[in-house]
Ligand binder design. Structure first.
Ligand SMILES: *Cc1c(COP(=O)(O)O)cnc(C)c1O
Length: 393
């Protein structure tokens, strides 16, 4: 460990690695393991986007460096998407920045906006990257309480005044990973009011903005009047167009923050490969029928699994978005024990809720990343388990 920094040594242990090791072992023993722990779509990227990538890759001018903030075509496509989808006006030159996936953007943003020991509010349960991003930038994350009983909306009135006043930034994420919670614009209005009052930056992660169903449309935080004075929003092609490996997303909103992250990133990376940006621009300027078709598939999987779990007495709110079910575990188990039981006895990997923060205890996240036939197999295997074993003694 002589060459390794304290920063890296202090990274939280990768909670999923234990399950992945176990998966390998069980597979080596001949078990057919079904992995519903992965938070990524199994569906392919749309063919027209792949074709556009191939076409653009043929052009030598696209083999050069991109401009630092992303190419004009991509930034204009993002601004056009905001206009069409949310009726929000964005200046593609100053209010839009290309990022190499929103994870990269989120991690680097913390270096661009916080100083050592600054505190940042993060949703609990929430996407673990927020916490580690804050930690890597030398800051301290503070749990933002969410209402378990009412759609996981933020409980701003439970944040004490001094915590609120000292926090430099706050993360929100709807449709949410891991809880699959969705909100309406009034939640963002409250969030902006809270952030404004306490002079903190609101960072909204909209990774699942277009992965919605049941007629629900996800709002943008920038639809709140004057939100640009207080907020930035991350978006990604990863989930809406099944492009996780392409590494392309964006940050939009507050000019000063867009400029700060762009300045930082210009010293670290030189944006994404131009053909990837141009293919992503084609996706964002499309009619989104490819996303709609995928959403239909997720919705069908969701309904199938949700209904089957309900019949078994396993409760989950029926989501309007994301690719997850957030399932309450039976009494008598910890999240880890229940996830362990599913793996050992049913060969099914799910993610224990406490991997997303202490408030995730009591739940597991099930990812809908396999087809319907495999889900039938999952259902049959879980049905065959005696889930009450621990409770009864
Ligand atoms: C998947 C995911 C991301 C990461 O998206 P990339 O753009 O692929 O980096 C960000 N936020 C949440 C909540 C996610 O689930």
């Amino acid at each position: 460990m002589a060459f390794v920094s304290d920063k890296v040594k202090n990274l939280p242990p990768y909670l999923f690695s234990e399950f992945q090791q176990k998966k390998k072992k069980l597979e080596a023993e001949g078990m057919d393991v079904i992995d519903l722990g992965i938070g990524a779509p199994d569906l392919p990227a749309p063919q027209f986007v792949v074709d556009k990538l191939a076409e653009e890759a043929q052009k030598p001018e696209n083999h050069r460096y991109s401009t630092y903030s992303g190419c004009q075509e991509y930034r204009e496509a993002v601004a056009g998407f905001y206009k069409n989808q949310y009726n929000v006006d964005l200046d593609p030159d100053t209010e839009v920045l290309a990022v190499i996936g929103s994870k990269e953007g989120i991690a680097n943003l913390m270096h661009a906006v916080i100083n050592p020991d600054d505190s940042v509010l993060v949703p609990d349960p929430g996407y673990p990257v927020y916490r580690t991003a804050v930690q890597l930038a030398g800051g301290k994350s503070v749990s933002l309480p969410l209402d378990h009983t009412d759609g996981y909306v933020p409980l701003f009135n439970q944040v004490d005044a001094s915590t609120a006043q000292t926090a430099k930034a706050m993360f929100l994420n709807y449709p949410a990973n891991p809880t699959a919670a969705t909100v309406h614009l009034d939640t963002f209005l409250k969030a902006i009011t809270f952030a404004e009052k306490n002079h903190m930056l609101l960072v909204h992660d909209a990774a699942y903005d277009m992965v919605t169903f049941n007629g629900y449309q996800s709002p943008s935080v920038l639809q709140v009047p004057n939100a640009k004075e207080t907020a930035v929003e991350f978006g990604s092609l990863s989930k809406s167009f099944s492009m996780t490996g392409w590494r392309i997303g964006y940050m939009v909103g507050n000019k000063e923050v867009v400029q700060a992250l762009s300045a930082l990133k210009s010293n670290i990376d030189t944006s994404q490969f131009l053909p990837v940006q141009r293919a992503a621009a084609a996706a964002l300027t499309s009619d989104f029928s490819a996303s709609a078709a995928n959403n239909k598939i997720y919705q069908e999987r969701m309904e199938k699994l949700h209904d089957a779990l309900s019949e078994m007495g396993l409760q989950a709110d029926q989501p309007n978005g994301t690719i997850f079910l957030w399932v309450k575990i039976p009494n008598g188990y910890t999240s880890m024990e229940f996830a362990g039981k599913l793996l050992n006895e049913a060969g099914v990997i799910v993610t224990p809720g406490n991997a997303f923060g202490s408030q995730g205890e009591g739940y597991v996240r099930i990812s809908l990343s396999v087809g319907k036939n495999r889900l039938d197999e999952v259902i049959n295997r879980i049905k065959a388990l005696d889930l009450k074993e621990v409770t009864n003694g």
